[in-house]
Design a protein around this ligand. Structure first.
Ligand code: PEP
Ligand code: MN
Length: 250
């Protein structure tokens, strides 16, 4: 059972199955509210949505930033969902902290040690995504930077690593799930959306994640993936999310 303690509210997430779902990026109030309502109705217990987006190209959509955080606040109020969103820059800590139940450290910042140390001083759970090319030891080492400052509410997240395989965006390393369980006391979430980059692989890899002991999954869902401003190729259509949840609960 994972307990997330935030704002004096303890969420006891059922059946050891944490479902974090939502769009890659916040694009508008309507888009986020529609997605949040849908994923909640279908069993998600945490809303994921990025306001600050770490994109490979500076010309790609960088997120709505502060405006995105305001939208997230409003949608959180409307839906009463727990929220996870990414912090990229320590200067944005205050606003990200305020809206988040879990603060996300993205893959590209896994070894941003000053960011990790600062998050180690906070009292909210931090989800540490595995670096793009990080070994398991480097990833665990990064978690120690957070723990060393006093914050033990760490959630590990496997999101795929770069290998010579170019059929998928990344190679999802599910063997790390039992390894993290053996080496740490932290819960582990698997993100098959970034882990594969391919929509039809999200369901089988989600089921595989639970089969090997993951505490939860993080998946991207969009009302219209073909028009998404980021990661449309790996985002589930609403009906696919519904189908995934049915399979998980069977
Ligand atoms: C995300 O989850 O929004 C994201 C950017 O993922 P990653 O850091 O794993 O690339
Ligand atoms: Mn994404």
């Amino acid at each position: 059972m994972i307990k997330i303690n935030s704002d004096n509210k303890i969420l006891e997430l059922k059946k050891n199955r944490v479902i974090m779902a939502g769009p890659c990026a916040i694009e508008s109030y309507e888009q986020l509210l529609e997605t949040a309502n849908f994923v909640k109705e279908n069993g998600a217990n945490v809303l994921r949505a990025g306001a600050y987006k770490p994109r490979t190209s500076p010309k790609s959509f960088q997120g709505l930033k502060k405006e995105g955080i305001e939208i997230l606040k409003e949608v959180k109020k409307q839906t009463n969902m727990a929220v996870i969103t990414e912090l990229i820059d320590i200067n944005d800590l205050e606003s990200v902290y305020e809206v988040s139940d879990i603060i996300q450290v993205g893959s590209r910042n896994m070894q941003n040690f000053s960011l990790l140390r600062e998050l180690g001083k906070q009292d909210k759970p931090v989800m540490l995504k595995r670096g793009l090319c990080a070994t398991i030891s480097e990833w665990i080492g990064a978690s120690e930077y957070i723990a060393l400052e006093g914050n033990n509410k760490i959630i590990m997240c496997e999101r795929g690593i770069r290998t010579y395989n170019d059929y998928t965006r990344n190679t999802l390393d599910l063997s790390c799930v039992p390894i993290i369980k053996k080496e740490t006391n932290y819960p582990i979430i698997v993100d098959p959306s970034h882990g594969t980059g391919v929509r039809y692989l999200v369901k089988p890899m989600s089921l595989a994640a639970f089969a090997c002991g993951a505490d939860g999954i993080m998946v991207e869902v969009h009302p219209n993936p073909d028009e998404a401003l980021s990661d449309g190729m790996q985002s589930l259509y609403f009906e696919e999310f519904k189908d995934l949840m049915k399979s998980i609960n069977n």
